[in-house]
Design a protein around this ligand. Structure first.
Ligand code: ADP
Length: 582
């Protein structure tokens, strides 16, 4: 192996001979066409020729194998330089050189032809970063007929051959020496030039055809297609607006193109702010969709869906380019609206249905629950009526007390029912005022202590001394009275009420160590009239917890239960700690 410094033809020539070479941008398709034209020239003119070509391994080039065999039959020498070798050399005229990894030549595509009519060099640098399809890859290319540029390229190739195939070096030198690099003859140049012009012509025709097809497609769809650049100065530059805008909103597309604010002027004033805010959010490499209302030229209000894709712009004065499609979605919106109306009706119907159910179960329960107290009252009244003269003053008072207790029970049940019905009809008013929450609870607890046999059974603990918050005192009273009286009713020991403030929420817990509630029953515990089986020997209506639940809900709060059957229950209430009305 020689210690010769390997080099890229393209890089070396453009660095050393910058005044003689002027790189141009060529697509791979164009380079393939050019090389075929030149090779065809060799094949058809049958002149003593030397061809050097180098490329990256690719399926495209692999298909060319036959072509190199043909060329080798006609030419004196064909040298192929590639990363991975083509099939075995077909003859002495075909020399294949497998370039090692890291060889700078691997990065480029080149073709050097020395024949009698012309000498030419084509050399392009592969864009290794490119991820687009091979045909569309763009090469920086040197194309020259100038012997002063071609000769140094041959010196580079001599080094490469000396490095990889030293045995062939002398033959290479002899061939090049016997094949003076020569200025092209005008007839050959004219032939090549004509071919290029024809090729360009066919490309232009194909392009024009594609353009017609795309315009045809765009104008035959109902959606309005547009492209514009968002300028750094804040304005926009229309790049394309499909003429079918007229189908969408009745205005000719020229209105949009000549008046920058025309489109925005059609948007319904109630939607404009939202659209502008949405547009502010747009950024390169994103997609977005927004629906808004716009006025049609005939005065109708239509719903449109504006979907855009945003790409970085090639223009220096532009931030990005917006590719958009606007579709009329009025039908869709009307269908959606219908759906919403139907849903509202369904909800109203469900509500009505629920209320009817509540009414029926209320009547059933009323009939059932009122029977016992009424019977008790009836009996007490009977006794008073019949045996009044035989009863002692104490016995009479006892009957009267029984009647009073039953009347109180009936009244409290009626109160609860009234509350629940009012809440379900959205009539229960929520009137919050600033209250010291600690003092409010303390007052309620004291009232309850004053009417129970063992006042010490109620224990009150508060982490705060006072807590001024916006609450509805009347509703808080319902909550605490119901939870506390339940605790006292369903247990025999202490009931602890505790207050705390955590994460912006007032927490109130009422805990007892009584009969508890099974997991199964916990699911229904806040339903009106629900009573757990283990509560059947205790008087009650199944309304208290529902009342408490509704009152907490009106405070935007929550009420949860933690309980084990036979071990006790804890009801946790949390309501947002609001300190002022604003
Ligand atoms: P009731 O008048 O029946 O107590 P509530 O609505 O207050 O009605 O309670 C509903 C049911 O929840 C009760 O019947 C009982 O089964 C259960 N319950 C409520 N609080 C407790 C508690 N502290 N301990 C055990 N069970 C309870």
């Amino acid at each position: 192996m020689s210690a010769h410094q390997l080099a890229s033809i393209y890089k070396k020539l453009s660095a050393d001979l910058s005044s003689l070479v002027q790189p141009i941008l060529c697509s791979k398709a164009l380079l393939v066409h050019l090389s075929h034209t030149l090779e065809d020239y060799v094949l058809t003119h049958d002149q003593p020729t030397i061809i050097f070509t180098g490329f990256q391994e690719s399926s495209h080039w692999r298909n060319e194998t036959e072509r190199y065999f043909d060329l080798a039959r006609v030419a004196q020498q064909v040298c192929v330089f590639a990363g991975k070798l083509l099939p075995a050399e077909s003859s002495a005229q075909l020399l294949q050189i497998e370039l090692a990894d890291g060889d700078p030549l691997l990065q480029e595509w080149f073709l050097i032809i020395l024949c009698e009519d012309f000498s030419i060099l084509l050399s392009g640098l592969e864009d290794i970063e490119a991820d687009n399809v091979e045909e569309q890859q763009i090469f920086e290319t040197i194309l020259t007929f100038d012997p002063a540029v071609i000769a140094p390229a041959l010196v580079i190739l001599e080094g490469v051959i000396g490095h990889y195939r030293p045995l062939f070096l002398t033959r290479f030198q002899d061939l090049v020496a016997s094949h003076a690099v020569r200025v092209a003859n005008p007839t050959a140049l004219a032939t090549l030039m004509t071919d290029l012009l024809l090729f360009q012509n066919s490309l232009n025709r194909a392009l024009a055809k594609r353009d017609r097809e795309i315009r045809h497609i765009v104008s035959s769809i109902n959606d309005h297609v547009y492209v514009f650049s968002a300028l750094r100065t804040g304005g926009i530059r229309h790049l394309y607006s499909a003429p079918n805008m007229e189908q969408l909103n009745g205005y000719p597309v020229s209105r949009k193109e000549t008046d920058g604010g025309f489109w925005l002027s059609l948007i319904h004033p109630d939607d404009l702010e939202r659209v502008l805010a949405h547009n502010q959010q747009l950024s390169a490499n994103s997609r977005s969709v927004i629906d808004y209302r716009m006025f049609h030229a005939d005065g109708r209000l239509i719903w449109v869906r504006d979907s855009v894709r945003i790409e970085p712009s090639d223009d220096e004065d532009a931030l990005y380019t917006v590719f958009g499609v606007v579709s009329d979605v009025t039908f869709l919106k009307e269908a959606e609206q219908d759906q919403i109306e139907r849903e509202k009706l369904r909800l109203a119907f469900d509500k009505e249905h629920q209320l009817n159910q509540l009414k029926s179960s209320l009547l059933v329960t009323l009939a059932h629950e009122f029977r016992t107290p009424l019977a008790t009252i009836g009996i007490a009244r009977d006794i008073l009526d019949r045996y009044s003269d035989r009863l002692s003053e104490g016995q009479r008072q006892q009957r009267l007390n029984t009647i009073q207790a039953q009347v109180d029970h009936l009244a409290s049940m009626l109160d609860d029912i009234a509350l629940i019905v009012k809440n379900d009809l959205n009539l229960l008013m929520f009137r919050p005022t600033l209250q010291d929450f600690v003092y409010l609870c303390q007052t309620i607890i004291n009232e309850i202590r004053s009417i129970i046999e063992l006042p010490d059974r109620v224990v009150f603990q508060s982490e705060m001394e006072f807590l001024v918050a916006l609450v509805d005192a009347r509703l808080i009273r319902f909550v605490l009275v119901n939870l506390l009286t339940n605790g006292l009713k369903y247990s025999e020991d202490e009931v602890v009420v505790s207050l705390a403030l955590k994460a912006g929420q007032i927490h109130m817990t009422v805990r007892d160590q009584g009969i508890g509630i099974s997991l199964e029953d916990q699911a229904d515990i806040f339903q009106p009239f629900f009573r757990a089986p283990n509560a059947q020997f205790y008087a009650g209506s199944g309304l208290g917890l529902k009342v408490a639940y509704d009152c907490v809900q009106l405070h935007q709060g929550s009420i949860t239960l933690e309980s084990t059957k036979g071990e006790g229950s804890a009801f946790h209430v949390s309501i947002p700690f609001v300190q002022s009305a604003v």
